[in-house]
Design a protein around this ligand. Sequence first.
Ligand code: FES
Length: 242
Amino acid sequence: MADHAATHSYASSIPWWLQPAATVGILTGFVVYSIWVAFQGRGYVAPYLSPFYSPPVTVASIPISPAWWVLWIPAGFRATCYYYRKAYYRSYFLDPVACMMPESRRHYAGETAFPFILNNLHRFLLYGAVVVLAFLWWDAIRAFVFDGGFGVHLGSLLFLANVLLLSGYTFGCHAFRHLVGGNLDCYSCAAAGRLRHRLWGWVTPYNLHHARWAWASLFSVSAVDIYLRLLMARAITDPRLF
Ligand code: FES
């Protein structure tokens, strides 16, 4: 009881606007950073390839930064994510700012009109994000190869942590959970029902903490790229651990 009262008084001492303001600040900062990175036109220092530039795609006849060919997939995947939608509707549009608060719009049209109807593309962006994730796993494995031999540097561990967090985020996706175990009334009556039930059980814990995976992977992607750019600028060295 005392704990509950202490928690309640601590929570009520935090200004209500702090959470939406922090969400706006962090998401806006990430979008600005991503655009800046894409305009740099390069993101590689052996053996590390920036997650903003993977897979590396170039089209000789269209001389733009390779990042633009790829970035729209993870960007679209995050922008249409069910969790991020809740976060940015509440924080950018105050729509509504919290539970039990009235809608700021008179006529709520849901996601049936442009541009928010595009959020329905989420399940298709998921397929693209899984392909990109496969390349990121390959990059994380290559981050342990130095001059043809196995090695562990600080950057190797950062790349591994990043791809693990991105996997937790991607496979905890609501659309992925529906894909493997949804739209069924009875697992034991369905084709491959046992396998689907097992996959559904595997995905559900990640799905329950989807918001945490979303934030953690957002920070890890940025951290890996910042680390790589500091290496490219020779501002730091990459310590070898093994
Ligand atoms: Fe968040 Fe699909 S619901 S990634």
